[in-house]
Design a protein around this ligand. Sequence first.
Ligand SMILES: NC(=O)C1=CN([C@@H]2O[C@H](COP(=O)(O)OP(=O)(O)OC[C@H]3O[C@@H](n4cnc5c(N)ncnc54)[C@H](OP(=O)(O)O)[C@@H]3O)[C@@H](O)[C@H]2O)[C@@H](O)CC1
Ligand SMILES: [K+]
Length: 493
Amino acid sequence: MPTRDPLASLYTTAQVRAIDRAAIDRCGIPGFELMRRAADAAFACLRRRWPDARRIGVLAGSGNNGGDAFLLAELALRAGMDVDLVALTGDSSGDASRARASFVEAGGRARLAGNSVAPVGDVLVDGLFGTGLKRPLDGLAAELVGRSAGRPVLALDVPSGLDADTGTCTGACVRADATVSFVAWKRGLFTADAIDQCGARELATLDLPQAAYEGIAVDAELADACIGRALPPRRANVNKSRFGHVLALGGDHGYGGAIRLTGEAALRCGAGLVSIATRAAHVGAINAARPELMARGVDDAAALAPLLERASVLALGPGLGLGDWGRRLFDAALTSGRSVVVDADALTLLAEAPRAWSADAVLTPHPGEAARLLGSDVASVQRDRFAAVRELARRHAAVVVLKGAGSLVGAPDGRVVVCPWGNPGMASAGMGDVLTGVIAALLAQGCNAWDAARLGVALHARAGDEAAGDAPRGLVASDLFVPLRRLVNGAGA
Ligand SMILES: NC(=O)C1=CN([C@@H]2O[C@H](COP(=O)(O)OP(=O)(O)OC[C@H]3O[C@@H](n4cnc5c(N)ncnc54)[C@H](OP(=O)(O)O)[C@@H]3O)[C@@H](O)[C@H]2O)[C@@H](O)CC1
Ligand SMILES: [K+]
């Protein structure tokens, strides 16, 4: 059995709770000891991140997440800090009530949350709700979260209000500067709303023995960008025919830029040859701007056949449009038997008429396109991105990239990886066109669909981060070309 990498393995909350149970029942570590370890780890995190904090405000819920908070508050008291603890309820249950008593014995005082009560401190510790969240925050809990906004926050396990399975918050939610998560990564910390709510993420495994994780399948994994295994360094004695021929199809009138970005991304990621099948009107501009691209006018679809014949991989859809021209290209491409990346307008056409593939296929929908493919709506897709990507991959028997903050890549067999990179600057025109070219280039160089998609997404997001630095606003898609070239050669892996 392959070794589980705790830093890359993602679990559902039910699975993490099962690991907690196994640690207690099978490994004999008392629940209260786990709580102590959680508080120790979180307090160490607080000291490291906010070394000058002298006063901390602590929010404690009634469950075990609150128990972690009481024990952390006790540690802070013992370290000589001022502690203002606001408890959501007058009592706690199970191990948490023991934690509460321990805090009081150490001289701590809990203020009860009520009208206008808000914790005071240089840093707030959020221990309201963790994996036991059952419904959107409302009433006092929601008010408390609102009153605590605007100060640095360390969240315990999960920012309160965030659904740690899906990464969504449907009501009030703590916006943390850092989240220290316990035992194992909850999968929902890495996608959707979680990207804004978690801040920096840290994992504290609480020294659980390996046995606690046994028998509990990993639900998903974090993407890696280790290109080396899938795409080893090139030998010297090679020529361009070894690295495939990408044909990018799209760019209806007015959208020539989209297909040029796809083609150039494929070149920059190492495809041996890149052709573009587009409107004749765009050919001159593409050739002038990037002479290495072989742009051909295919206003007459008959001109497409020899291009398809020569290509090894297709990148289908950027700027394709939904008119007759686009539909003819779409039909010709999908009956060609070539490996294909299906993006943009081609996904809309696919939603109208689903196809079976005779070669590797990677679909790259954003949530709107995913909703069309699933016959649902964007809100439903975003409510559970894991379920959406799995369903799409199964239904289309293809590898699927569900784009958006915390992109997911799903395979028909249920595997999912989550991309932990990317930034809001990448929510801009042309970024998807570039991703399509990146994945097509990796396919052309011999990666299978799964490797091409998961590595392509990782390289694209990391290139976006490198290009954006600390200035995401104004990032443009072609800014990614230089870092992509570095990353596809193994830099920073
Ligand atoms: N088990 C272990 O070994 C370890 C666990 N650890 C820690 O425990 C955490 C899980 O603890 P947990 O299971 O007690 O759940 P938790 O998140 O505290 O919430 C439950 C409470 O919240 C309430 N409630 C829920 N939703 C609500 C809402 N919207 N609005 C209002 N109330 C709401 C719910 O009330 P109920 O609805 O049941 O009346 C219940 O009282 C985990 O995240 C980690 O931090 C660590 O110490 C490591 C070892
Ligand atoms: K919390």
